[in-house]
Write a protein that binds this ligand. Sequence first.
Ligand code: FAD
Ligand code: FES
Length: 245
Amino acid sequence: MRYFESEVIANQQITQDIFVVQVKRNGAEAAAGQFYMLKSWDTELTLMRPISIFKAEADSLHFMYRTVGRGTQRMARLKAGDPIRLLGPCGNGYPVAEIKGKVAVLGGGVGIPPLCETAKTLRNNGVEVDAFLGFRDVLFAVEEFEPHCANIFVSTEKGAEGYKGFITDLLKPENYDVVLTCGPEVMMRKVAAMCAETGTTCYCSLEHRMACGIGACLGCSIRTRSGMKRVCKDGPVFLSTDLMW
Ligand SMILES: Cc1cc2nc3c(=O)[nH]c(=O)nc-3n(C[C@H](O)[C@H](O)[C@H](O)COP(=O)(O)OP(=O)(O)OC[C@H]3O[C@@H](n4cnc5c(N)ncnc54)[C@H](O)[C@@H]3O)c2cc1C
Ligand code: FES
């Protein structure tokens, strides 16, 4: 992990509130499910913001983010050539090297981006991957999964596109050796419960308010079956059976 100054290559608006910022990689490491702390401001805000690795290319990193507050709205104004500071890679990603067989990646909302690099890595390791992607109404990033997935299932809450309802309705955990999930906690709890019923291994990537992002402030601590854990340093990915929701 290191702190470094980089440069924006592009900052593309995908939907009304979803953007992808591509930054120069400068030799930085990146593994599926890890995240970076980002900062594109000097004094107006103090803390960096945690954003997952969406795509890692040889010379650049892509971060897909939803504008929700001051930090992400400030990021949305970035232009090619602007400076941006990165701290990372942070956390432990999905244990992709250990995963074999048939895998489902299931994401909801901005839990979807980290699953794209994950699907790519698994596919490169010879693992068959299906993607289950749940949206509120407008789709994003679906085409990015196409090269890496055998099947892609899509849902929207009111049926604007794909299946009408929750993406968890479409998952049959018994068809998979491992399920990897990221998104709203209520969705991941449901996935974890479904996997517990069928005895399917399930990993959840938790989202938690973060200050330092590097394990120093303990602000993101959670209780697990194996003691207190910091989401930023010990996670964000946890075995579902270790979590005490
Ligand atoms: C490990 C991890 C990975 C993430 N990956 C993505 C991603 O790929 N794409 C994406 O759109 N969002 C992602 N998020 C959520 C993203 O960090 C928040 O939406 C963002 O920090 C909000 O900042 P803001 O200044 O716009 O909002 P504000 O609400 O103004 O933020 C105020 C403070 O709260 C923190 N905060 C607010 N919401 C969250 C949150 N949900 N999670 C963590 N900290 C929060 C901010 O870091 C900041 O310190 C991730 C969060 C975590 C923990
Ligand atoms: S955010 Fe500081 S320990 Fe996790």
